[in-house]
Design a protein around this ligand. Structure first.
Ligand code: F6P
Length: 323
């Protein structure tokens, strides 16, 4: 028989992502609408282990929809990666009489959520919150669209100076082992070469490209972190050593994680917040609540990381033709 949900806990975990606050707001307000108490967990899984739970109400969610970061804070808890750490967390959930948990984060967060479910029977659903967009089962993750726009704005500025000087510029974007940010940002900024971890990249091809465009022509190369070329500084060094090319480089880094969320991220975060509370009430567990073509769907947590979310073929074709 389906249990009655009286109280849930909500946490944000792993790398923060713009839109997490809009998601928190949506979860809290949906709980109020459905007559469920919502407890916020401060500091992700580490906060859960340490019993940092407090009751959320509507007031705590006022004026946060446009804020970057997460008011619940976050962590990458090493203790929660251990059996003992998860046992402590499960005890805390019992003490606080939590009936279900919503964990917003990326694949690390979902690994933890799955283990908690397997070892302690915790009812838990994940919601996709990561700028990397690397989770199978949802078209976009919360934070991805904002990160794309932040990176694109920065690269547009770099292109101005690159163009004025006729220079080669290498810009490294985030994505851990996934090239979604690199590919979409590269296309949107009219990059001459895009290197993603999912495909083979070759410095000879980059050199040919630079030569074909002619000396003193601006060349923008977007490189996703985690690829075989070894990052922007390394690629600049290799181009210099192999071909005498004087390439400038920029690593955009954590700038991509901050800032006010885009409209798309706010709406996605709100939609998934409502859906996640309803999923818990409906008895769902060990799944991610995602969205594909405006439809909410549920993907087993294991499937979100064991299936690779591929960059679609047309993206490679478009970037090749237009570069
Ligand atoms: O997962 C999001 C992300 O920003 C990745 O793109 C990046 O590789 C990683 O987190 C950086 O993590 P941290 O902020 O812990 O160094």
């Amino acid at each position: 028989m389906k249990k009655v949900i009286k109280r849930i806990a909500l946490l944000t975990s792993g790398g923060d992502a713009p839109g997490m606050n809009a998601h928190i707001r949506a979860v809290v307000r949906t709980c109020i609408a459905r007559g469920v108490q919502c407890y916020g967990v401060m500091g992700g899984y580490q906060g859960m282990i340490e019993g940092k739970l407090f009751e959320m109400d509507r007031r705590k969610t006022i004026n946060i929809i446009a804020q970057g970061g997460t008011i619940l804070k976050t962590s990458r808890s090493e203790e929660f990666m251990t059996v003992e750490g998860r046992a402590k967390a499960a005890m805390v959930l019992k003490e606080f009489e939590i009936d279900g948990v919503i964990a917003c984060g990326g694949d690390g967060t979902f690994h933890g959520a799955h283990q908690l479910h397997v070892e302690h029977g915790t009812q838990i659903v994940g919601t996709p919150g990561t700028i990397d967009n690397d989770l199978f089962g949802t078209y976009y993750t919360i934070g991805y669209d904002t990160a794309l726009n932040t990176a694109a704005e920065a690269i547009d500025r770099i292109r101005d100076t690159a163009d004025s000087h006729g220079r080669v510029f290498i810009v490294e974007v985030m994505g851990r082992h996934a090239g979604h940010i690199a590919m979409e940002v590269g296309i949107s900024c009219g990059a001459e070469y895009i290197s993603v971890p999912e495909a083979v990249s070759d410095i000879d091809i980059i050199n040919d490209k630079i030569i074909s465009l002619g000396r003193n022509t601006r060349v923008i190369i977007i490189i996703g972190e985690g690829g075989e070329l070894g990052g922007a500084p390394e690629l600049a060094k290799r181009l210099n050593e192999a071909f005498g090319i004087d390439a400038k480089f920029t690593v955009l880094g954590h700038i991509q994680r901050g800032g006010s969320p885009s409209v798309k991220d706010r709406v996605l975060a709100s939609h998934l917040g409502v859906a996640a509370v309803d999923a818990i009430i409906a008895g769902k567990t060990d799944v991610m609540v995602g969205r594909v073509y405006h439809e909410i769907n549920y993907t087993p947590l294991v499937a979100t990381w064991s299936n690779k979310k591929a960059i679609q073929d047309f993206m490679f074709e478009v970037s090749d033709i237009l570069a």
